[in-house]
Write a protein that binds this ligand. Structure first.
Ligand code: NAD
Length: 504
């Protein structure tokens, strides 16, 4: 049965997943089924793009960029202000759709829509703050300055687990920076992408810029086409490290620019001085929230050996009180995994953990009901177990003992990913050591809060195999613009830099 929210958001049982602005292109690629992970049932279908359909969308994005780039940035901001208002009106409806399609509990699903709204607010302000530097020139009567210009149409590739927020991180900044965008969402979550693109495109049309936000639904084949397309100077890609390696290779070969937001293998260190009540609450949310399907999900808990038994006992107790079930039910704290493959990966990882010497302390079983529900698992482990170095996109928490803080930091940094990290301590020397250049090697380092749930004001992203990209706040906007260094000679002489003399 079709959910009433479908009609409100302009969705049908069969949808075109190719939108050039609000204009639906008759998509001729494969037909994708969107399934509700809480029941396994098909919600609706979306027709993906063929390579020919992609060509049409790319042409629209190129034309939209040519018009949009010459609008003053604050005028571009006015469009994003209207987009924020349009999203506010649909917050509950879009949240409901995220719950249906991605299985997030209601408060997290609406939180994801709120993140889009927050990004709009941020981008509106930013549209009046895109600034360059004036630099002291070594030559008399010369002015040296930097200016920032729009870059071009931007390709946005997103993962299933943040089906709308990651688009907004990119598209709102790109728009105020003067760029059009083409979005290729995960083929697992096509409906949220269609609904959001329709809303954004209506706003863009009201501002006489049709085609500013386009959508091209597809699997790897369409992603590969975007990545190889020289008309897209920037590819912003969010997903697994495997995908990021491929995108970096293809975009690098054409000397394009990438913004990569890839997998995490995040850790929390709990020292003997920590406030354990605080640590416990943070750990449970970071490890179990979104059913362990956040890039910032806590996967490794590194605990001082003097308190590990106490913390494990408390965690085991807390895990038993996590209410697992229908994500639309307000009392639920943990919904389903995204699909059958995710359940299989979790079970396989737990088998490997046991083979490698780990002990399952609690959870880890599939729940016998329709959909893809599991019990979150805690595994007592050691830092050198190979499975601990992998990101299994499921609620498995490896708990690892340590003796010295140096050892804890070495365990934390001893994986290829470098996204989010945290320490729980009441000692300033431990906190400062963790935040020092010899401390956490991650893009995000927190003290006395968990690894997940970043605010948009900071630049979000990670180092090493997480890809090095930064999105959302701080100066992340610079990725969406091209920098131009300009020198203006205000005099009648022609002095050369470095004092070079070249007289005719
Ligand atoms: P995924 O890598 O399977 O897919 C992500 C996107 O990449 C999809 O749209 C997919 O179709 C596309 N894609 C795959 N191969 C491609 C190729 N060769 N060329 C172009 N596009 C290609 O990831 P997923 O399972 O959807 O998401 C989970 C992963 O995403 C986890 O590793 C998670 O940590 C990561 N993630 C990272 C962040 C971050 O900000 N660092 C945020 C969310 C998710």
């Amino acid at each position: 049965m079709i959910d009433p929210v479908f009609a409100t958001l302009g969705l049908e049982t069969e949808n075109s997943g190719v939108l050039a602005g609000s204009q639906a292109i008759q998509a001729t690629g494969p037909r994708l089924a969107s399934r509700n992970p809480a029941t396994g049932e098909v919600l609706a279908y979306a027709q993906a793009a063929s390579p020919g359909d992609y060509e049409q969308v790319a042409e629209v994005a190129v034309k939209a960029f040519a018009r949009w780039r010459s609008r003053p940035a604050p005028v571009r901001g006015a469009l994003i202000r209207d987009l924020g208002d349009a999203l506010r009106l649909q917050k509950q409806n879009l949240g409901r759709l995220v719950t249906l399609e991605a299985g997030k509990i209601r408060t997290e699903a609406e939180g994801e829509v709120q993140e889009m709204i927050d990004m709009c607010d941020y981008a509106v302000g930013l549209s009046r703050c895109l600034h360059g530097l004036t630099i002291a020139s070594e030559r008399p009567v010369h002015r040296l300055m930097e200016q920032w210009h729009p870059l071009g149409p931007v390709g946005i590739i997103t993962a299933f687990n943040f089906p709308v927020a990651v688009w907004a991180w990119n598209a709102t900044l790109a728009a105020v920076c003067g760029d059009s965008t083409i979005w290729k969402p995960s083929p697992i979550t096509p409906l949220t992408a269609i609904a959001v693109t329709k809303i954004a495109s209506q706003v863009a049309e009201a501002h006489e810029c049709p085609g500013l936000f386009s959508l091209c639904l597809g699997e790897t084949e369409i992603g590969e086409r975007m990545v190889a397309d020289p008309r897209l100077p920037l590819i912003s890609a969010t997903g697994s490290c495997r995908m990021g390696r491929r995108v970096a290779e293809v975009v690098g070969a054409r000397l394009g620019r990438t913004l990569l937001e890839l997998g995490g293998n995040n850790a929390v260190i709990v020292t003997p001085s920590a406030n354990l009540d605080l640590a416990l609450r943070a750990v449970v949310f970071a490890a179990v929230g979104t059913a362990g399907q956040r890039c910032t999900t806590l996967r490794r808990l590194i605990v001082h050996e003097s308190i590990i038994d106490d913390l494990l006992a408390r965690l085991g107790h807390a895990y038993k009180s996590v209410r697992i079930g229908d994500p639309a039910d307000d009392s639920t704290l943990m919904g389903p995994l995204i699909n059958e493959q995710a359940v299989a990966s979790m079970m396989q990882a737990l088998e490997q953990a046991a083979e490698q010497g780990g002990t399952i302390v609690t959870g880890g079983k599939r729940i016998d009901r329709p959909g893809w529900f599991v019990e979150p698992a805690i595994v007592r482990a050691t830092g050198d177990m190979p499975i601990v170095a992998e990101e299994t996109f499921a609620p498995i928490l490896y708990v690892i003992p340590y003796r010295t803080l140096d050892e804890a930091i070495a365990i934390q940094n001893g994986v290829e990913q470098g996204l989010s990290s945290a320490i729980f301590t009441d000692r300033v020397t431990e906190a400062e050591r963790f935040l020092s250049a010899e401390g956490s090697d991650c893009g995000i380092a927190n003290v006395n809060l968990g690894t997940s749930g970043a605010e948009i004001g900071g630049a979000f992203g990670g180092e090493k195999a997480t890809g090095g990209g930064r999105e959302a706040g701080s100066d992340a906007w610079k990725a969406y613009m091209r920098r131009q260094t300009c020198t203006i000679n205000g005099g009648s002489a022609l002095p050369l830099a470095q004092g070079i003399r070249f007289e005719l």
